[in-house]
Design a binder for this molecule. Structure first.
Ligand code: SAM
Length: 214
């Protein structure tokens, strides 16, 4: 395993048991899920992959809304916590261990892919966005949510505070960089929303073209 991935795996193996009670979960991660859910409201529920699903909070809420959700995460202990949470209560969520850079799914397998608060851990982000594109069907949507470090406050929060909390080796990208990755992978109709839920958050959406001319 790549060194940075090993590090993320170790970080979340330690953090897993207390993750849901952590202040970052209350003030950043959970409020950010509300934004993701709002963005997904206009889409008819279908097959959805939540990458870096952690303890499964977002996948659980999506399943309650009728999505057939698969939660994928690098860290078995995070998934262990997720399986407690999902036990019997969330409808259909399947959990699987995996690496965002090598998704164990067929081409075009999903109608939507979500990724919340996880992307900054990926050492090869362009490759991950290409993988996300690959597993989406034509017309499928990618919704990627992470810190928004473009402005002064964002830089303090992400490049200083969060990077320290997470022990370094994380990469929060500015919005033009994320947009360029989406276009580079082949996404069309790329849009971005920037919002503050105490912390500045960036949500980027892209759609897989239905044909090469769309
Ligand atoms: C801050 S948590 C976010 C969890 C969840 N999405 C949320 O919003 O609460 C980041 C998650 O990304 C996972 N992760 C880190 N690197 C990964 C990779 N290469 N592939 C899949 N998951 C990864 C970690 O194990 C962790 O569960």
């Amino acid at each position: 395993m790549h060194d940075h991935k090993r590090r993320a795996h170790a970080e979340f193996s330690v953090w897993a048991r207390t993750y849901d009670a952590h202040w970052l979960n209350h003030f950043l991660f959970e409020p950010s899920h509300a934004l993701m859910l709002k963005e997904l409201r206009a889409l008819p529920p279908g097959r959805l992959l939540d990458i870096g699903c952690g303890t499964g909070a977002l996948a659980a809420r999506l399943a309650q809304r009728g999505w057939q959700a698969v939660g994928l995460d690098l860290c078995e202990r995070m998934l262990h916590q997720a399986s407690f949470k999902l036990n019997g209560s969330a409808g259909s969520v399947r959990l699987t261990v995996g690496d965002s850079e090598h998704l164990p799914f067929a081409t075009g397998a999903f109608d939507a892919v979500t990724c919340a608060n996880s992307f900054h851990h990926y050492p090869h982000q362009e490759a991950v966005v290409r993988e996300m594109f690959r597993v989406l069907r034509p017309g499928g949507h990618l919704l990627l949510l992470d810190g928004w470090p473009d402005q002064f406050i964002g830089r303090i929060v992400y490049d200083y505070v969060i990077t320290r909390v997470e022990g370094g080796a994380v990469w929060h990208r500015e919005s033009p960089h994320v947009r360029a990755m989406f276009h580079g992978a082949g996404f069309h109709h790329v849009t971005q929303k920037r919002t503050y839920s105490l912390f500045p958050i960036l949500l980027t959406r892209g759609i897989v073209p239905v044909s090469t001319t769309s």
